[in-house]
Design a protein around this ligand. Sequence first.
Ligand SMILES: [Zn+2]
Length: 239
Amino acid sequence: MSNCARCQQPMHDSPLICAACGAVQSVAGIDYFQVFGLKRAFALDTVAVEREFHRLSRRLHPDRFARGSETDRQNSLAATALLNDAWRVLRDPVERVEYLLKIEGHAVGEEHAGKGKSAEREPPPDLLEEVFDLNMQLEEIRMSQRMGESAEASTMTEIAAAGKRFEAMLGEVDAALQAEGAKWDAGDAATRAQAAKKMIELLDRRRYVRNLVRDVRAAVTAQALQQELYGGNFVAESL
Ligand SMILES: [Zn+2]
């Protein structure tokens, strides 16, 4: 716990503003969890944090410091920006995982895979076959579209079903991330290291599967446009 830069009173809840004298503090070295007076954890009471976000937004608002000193005004602008960033990241479960792993010193995503050979371009071994099939179907659809024709209805049905499976996989990955996060929150150093490793792998899988979902959606949307332009029976209602 730190002390207020102006009145020297110990700071409670958020280190951004002094409850005793109302002085906005410098934001240097404050992480997104500290903004809300929280310890680092993957589990988050988003309702309570949202309430605190609104309370702090009002208290830190630059209009309140318009007639304050230059330091007050600068601190209020910087604290408001940090508060907004903190809430935007922490409210999103996946961004929260990435952020917490990063500030705990782990390399995540491209950092971890190495630029250019990002893990999201390498299919997870258990998906190799399915990705191979999907790419064939996508290629078939693109070929038809280049020729100004609609793809086979059976291909579109298959690809829509694949899209649904990939979306379900995203749900599974998110549940697994939450479970590993809970282990990290409750665990000792060794448990934490293991949970972090799992979460980094899960994030790679998530990025990969999310890209597949995106590709499927793009193909279905393009097909629907084609249908609108040239007529036909396929309706992209399943995605
Ligand atoms: Zn103070």
